[in-house]
Design a protein around this ligand. Structure first.
Ligand SMILES: [Zn+2]
Length: 223
């Protein structure tokens, strides 16, 4: 919870939105999907305390915020470790619904292109239509800052018909660049007998690789 909050409070635009009190004019207390504005309000109190220039202590315990959060999501109420990404997704979604400018969500048909591979022009049109449809139901500072669309293409393996849709997203999973991380940790060296050693520069520990080892083989090694 701590790491996710640290990231979010340093999202300057969002913090500015709360500190300038614009959020008050957009509070949606009647949204059945929201938390009656309570989550947004307690997030504001948290930010106001953190960014209060008079606050001198080195750390701030988000006790009140956690209490309000726990009312709506009991699994985040305790002191146990939580999944940061899961917590952030819950918090952003809660803030979004608490601040949704749409009071009555209209029914919106999902746009889709079916047939052969669509042209750039058709794709752009579909993207624009899909986004318009999404914002007819979802329109908040979270949508402005954190949401986008990704294109999803499905090709039928039997008749090769192509179906394209655009789906909204709020977070994306990206792989960690593991290869780059290890490529600079190792140095290849030969000992007195001519054996090749891979030396971890951080640990200073050598690994014997044998005569024919190449640097390429060393790289994916994990120490
Ligand atoms: Zn088919």
């Amino acid at each position: 919870m701590n790491s996710a909050l640290q990231c979010l409070v340093h999202c300057e635009e969002l913090t500015e939105y709360f500190l300038s009190q614009v959020y008050k004019t957009e509070l949606n207390e009647t949204n059945p999907l929201g938390m009656k504005g309570q989550l947004a309000r307690s997030y504001f109190y948290l930010i106001a305390a953190l960014f209060n220039p008079g606050f001198q202590k080195p750390a701030f315990p988000p006790t009140e915020f956690r209490k309000v959060l726990g009312r709506f999501a009991p699994n985040f109420a305790g002191y146990t470790q939580q999944d940061s990404q899961e917590f952030l997704a819950f918090l952003l979604d809660g803030l979004h619904e608490d601040l949704n400018r749409v009071r009555n969500k209209p029914y919106v048909e999902r746009e889709e292109l079916i047939g052969v591979t669509p042209s750039e022009e058709q794709l752009r049109e579909l993207g624009e239509k899909s986004w318009r449809g999404h914002t007819l139901r979802n329109d908040s500072v979270i949508v402005d800052l954190c949401q986008g669309l990704y294109k999803s293409t499905v090709v039928c393996p039997v008749c090769e018909v192509v179906s394209v849709t655009f789906d909204p997203f709020m977070d994306l999973s990206v792989p960690l660049p593991i290869k780059q991380m290890y490529s600079h940790l190792l140095r290849r060296e030969a000992d007195e007998g001519g054996n090749i050693l891979a030396l971890c520069l951080y640990l200073g520990r050598g690994i014997w690789l044998g005569w024919r080892s190449s640097y390429r083989k060393v790289r994916p090694l994990r120490i």
